[in-house]
Design a protein around this ligand. Sequence first.
Ligand SMILES: [Zn+2]
Length: 63
Amino acid sequence: MPVYEYQCEKCKEVVEVLQKVSDDPLTKCEKCGGKVEKLFNSMNFHLYGPGFYSTDNKRKYLK
Ligand SMILES: [Zn+2]
């Protein structure tokens, strides 16, 4: 089961959540109720090569 990391935009708390791929992503911080955003975990970096996917995505957003 993959581990996802989320960071709260409000309190900057990083949480690790064990989720199935079919599970809904975490959207709320359990501590303060703020919005959380998904972080890349080390497992993804291994699968796709160091930073490859995130760099590619960023370039697309900048256009
Ligand atoms: Zn929070």
